[in-house]
Design a protein around this ligand. Sequence first.
Ligand SMILES: NC(=O)c1ccc[n+]([C@@H]2O[C@H](COP(=O)([O-])OP(=O)(O)OC[C@H]3O[C@@H](n4cnc5c(N)ncnc54)[C@H](OP(=O)(O)O)[C@@H]3O)[C@@H](O)[C@H]2O)c1
Length: 265
Amino acid sequence: MQPADPRPVRAGHALVTGGGRGMGVAIAAALARRGCSISLLGRTAATLGQTAQRLADEHGVPVHHALADIADEAAVAAAVAACRERLGPVSVLVNNAGIAPSAPFLASDTALWRRVLDVDLMGAVHATRAVLPDMLEAGRGRIVNIASTAALTGMAYVSAYCAAKHALLGFTRALAIEMVRKGITVNAICPGYADTDIVADAIANITAKTGRSREEALASLLAHNPQRRLVQPDEIGETVAWLCSDAAASVTGQGIVLAGGELMP
Ligand SMILES: NC(=O)c1ccc[n+]([C@@H]2O[C@H](COP(=O)([O-])OP(=O)(O)OC[C@H]3O[C@@H](n4cnc5c(N)ncnc54)[C@H](OP(=O)(O)O)[C@@H]3O)[C@@H](O)[C@H]2O)c1
């Protein structure tokens, strides 16, 4: 019997966008624990440098970091080239960098829409375009897009974010089919509200605009989550690592929901 194709990616070079803080750190750590060398791509040198040092110290793997605004295609291409030069061809890409500004639709102007689409959708497109030749040449690769439950349902006050994340899931599914016989899997993870700065900012926004307490604001965000708790970044990191393992060789084109039962697509 032929072995499963696409061939699994074991410890290789994993590139995580937005890897300096939040979920990106937990994702990079989960991959470093499996022996991957890590590139962190982001726009804030101080956070990236500190995280890179900590990951290298804790996991004993090479960790490189490179600067780029993910919305800037040329900057992303140059940063990926620098990562490749340092740690070799990229075998795992995690498109994690993202923003989630909230405002009612009529207060969300075109500049806000363009920025969210440029970062949350086109950022993943730019990074994927930059690494895909490595994966095609190797005949193997893993791409994981960090989408959101907002990729699967509508949510008030984040119309641009919902549109970008729906599009990111559409891109995931289309590329998965295009890559299905080339040894490359493409999946998305759709977390519910998770314990990172994005949610801390959302809570601060709610308390400022409504006068509610922090606890009330958090409870309102978790009202639709049957587990009534924030998803922990490590849960997302471990799911990414599983998608990059032998066990997930047949999983492609999926949007895996981590949201305590909030959605059951
Ligand atoms: N937290 C949640 O509840 C939640 C739920 C579902 C999905 N998500 C998704 O999970 C991903 C990570 O979010 P998080 O919660 O970890 O948020 P976070 O703590 O705010 O971190 C966002 C990361 O993205 C980077 N980033 C933002 N804009 C960028 C740009 N233009 N170029 C390069 N890097 C950029 C940030 O870098 P800087 O340090 O330079 O700002 C940071 O590393 C996002 O795609 C988000 O949509 C989050």
